[in-house]
Structures are given as structure tokens and as C-alpha cells.
Design a protein around this ligand. Structure first.
Ligand SMILES: [Fe+2]
Length: 313
């Protein structure tokens, strides 16, 4: 059956009523966007001859996705987070704000309010005695390489099973989450444990869709960062550890060439020694260059709903 109804007056009128065009009140932008969304869905149904069975299975899929709490997991898997970054990069270019360390996606697992330390802290609670001990370290500078003291480096990463504290209630509070203020030379350091990569829940809604696309739902081992300082553009980024099977095949499309970092095994750690950390240890070095801006709205992370952050509608 191939019928074409999209151009009929009946369907056009239906879409206009759906979007509230014939009603006063409501929000004009919302009306236009909903009109477009529904038009495009109708068009897909027509173009692909979507059957009622297919349509209703999609409706119930969306319901299950929400019930499983996986909407913010599917979004990066479908490239949405990456696409928003591509747009922000283009906006930066237009505004002459390019340069510095590249941004990449935040993901849905940030928790606000991690303990704040000066220069150094230990991020793990010591409960995983089998884990590979790492020293995460680096220097925050401006684009000319001038060190930035008092920048806040907000780091979060998964444990050796690929799970995050707060979302994994078996971990201690703020395990593997710290905010570190850079010292006079712009340096920060943190003792932690090597995170594992992780995958979408194998039986979950996200993986179910990925299976239909012939895709895996795996991420490489990575470490998330927010880096900020008044007078500079807020940076949301993450590093991917080199050598992971998925370093360049991340289901969430977060990997960027400049953000792949080698983990180096060292016998002695000069940076660690200053904080009482001895080798042998694995060092992960990530230096960040921030871009100056006088626009206050660019100096803070954009609003979105985040765990333990003041509620955002
Ligand atoms: Fe992550």
C-alpha cells in the first residue's frame, strides 16, 4: 500500500490544529516546533509506509525508554550531544572564540557539590584494593600558556566496574568525584583509580534500539572534566584513555583526537611526591588551555538538570 496524503487539505488542517495554530495563548515557538516535529513524523509514516504495528511499537518503546530512565542515555547514542557540541563549536567560531582545549559531551552522570580541595586530593575511598592506582595531573593555562591559578577542575569518573557513585548506591558518597583548585602554577593533581569503560545496560531500551542498528553500546575508559575560572569560557570535556578497544569507537561519539591521553606507568612520580604519593603509579596527564571571554554567560556551564544541583525546569 502506497498512499500519499500529506499534501491534502485535511492533513494540513489537522497538523495546524495539533500545534494549536488556531488557538490564542500558548507559546509561539513551541507551537512552531511541535508543528514541525509532527509534520516530520507524519511524513516519515508516509514515506516509509509505517504500519500501525510499527507505529504502536515505537510509542510503547518511548514509554519504556522513559520508565527505564534511559532517555539521557539514548540521546548521546543517537549523536544528539555530539551534534549540540558541533553547533557550539560553530557558534564559537562565529564569535571568534575558537582555540583552547576542545569541548566534548557532559553525559548524564555528573553530581554537583563534590568536595573542593586546593591543588591535590585523593578521589577514591580506598575500598577497591585491586584497582590500578593512577595520578591524574595537569596544568591549566590560558591560550598563551600562562598558568591560571585558582581555576576549578571538577573531575568525575567511573570505578573499575564502569559504575558512578550516587547512581551506583553501593559506592561511598562522592567516590571518584572531586573539585580541585589549581595552585599558583595552575597545576592540579589527584590520586585515583583507573576507570573502566562501560556499556549501556544489555537488556535496556537503548541497547535494544542499537541492536536494530547493528551498533554496540560501549564507551572507552574516560574521565570527565569541567574546568572553569572567572574571565574564561567554561569548558566541559573528557579524556579517553588511549589503547582502549573503544577509544575511537565510542557509542556516545565523545572521542576527539586531542582528548586521547596515554596512561603512563612510572616508577617515580615527581608530581605525586609533592603530595605524598609514591610510585610506581600510572600517570594520566591532561593539560587544559582556557579561552578568555568577558561574557558572563559563557563562563558558567549551561543550565540543565543535574544531580544535586539546584533544580532547573
Ligand atoms: Fe562517563
Amino acid at each position: 500500500m502506497t498512499v500519499k496524503t500529506m499534501q491534502t487539505a485535511e492533513v494540513k488542517e489537522l497538523l495546524e490544529k495539533v500545534a494549536g495554530f488556531n488557538k490564542d495563548g500558548g507559546d509561539e515557538r513551541m507551537k512552531k516546533i511541535v508543528h514541525r516535529v509532527m509534520h516530520d513524523i507524519f511524513q516519515i509514516v508516509e514515506d516509509f509506509d509505517v504500519t500501525p504495528e510499527e507505529f504502536w511499537s515505537a510509542v510503547y518503546y518511548v514509554g519504556e525508554l522513559g520508565a527505564n530512565g534511559e532517555v539521557a542515555l539514548l540521546a548521546p547514542g543517537l549523536g544528539m550531544d555530539r551534534y549540540l557540541d558541533i553547533r557550539q563549536d560553530a557558534e564559537d567560531e562565529q564569535a571568534g572564540l575558537t582555540g583552547g582545549t576542545p569541548r566534548t559531551i557532559e553525559g548524564p552522570l555528573y553530581v554537583a557539590g563534590a568536595p573542593l580541595s586546593e591543588g591535590f586530593d585523593r578521589m577514591d575511598d580506598g575500598s577497591d584494593t585491586e584497582a590500578e592506582v593512577v595520578l591524574i595531573k595537569g596544568q591549566i593555562t590560558d591560550e598563551n600558556g600562562t598558568p591560571l591559578a585558582d581555576a576549578i577542575v571538577d573531575i568525575w569518573h567511573a570505578d573499575t566496574k564502569g559504575a558512578y557513585s550516587y547512581f551506583d548506591q553501593s559506592q561511598s558518597e562522592y567516590n571518584l568525584r572531586r573539585r580541585i583548585k589549581t595552585d599558583a602554577e595552575g597545576r592540579y593533581a589527584a590520586q585515583s583509580i583507573m576507570p573502566s569503560g562501560y556499556g549501556c545496560p544489555p537488556e535496556g531500551s537503548t541497547q535494544q534500539l542499537l541492536n536494530h542498528l547493528g551498533r554496540h553500546g560501549q564507551r572507552p575508559a574516560h574521565i570527565h572534566y569541567f574546568v572553569s575560572k572567572p574571565g574564561y569560557k567554561h569548558l566541559t570535556t573528557q579524556i579517553n584513555i588511549a589503547g582502549d578497544e573503544y577509544t575511537f569507537d565510542d557509542f556516545a561519539f565523545a572521542t576527539r583526537e586531542e582528548l586521547v591521553v596515554e596512561a603512563k606507568r612510572v616508577e617515580q612520580t615527581e608530581d605525586g611526591a609533592r603530595h605524598g604519593v609514591t610510585g610506581p603509579i600510572t600517570e594520566v596527564e591532561f593539560n587544559v588551555a582556557l579561552v578568555a571571554t568577558d561574557k558572563p554567560e559563557l563562563q558558567e556551564r549551561h543550565a540543565r538538570r543535574r544531580a544535586l544541583e539546584a533544580d532547573v525546569a
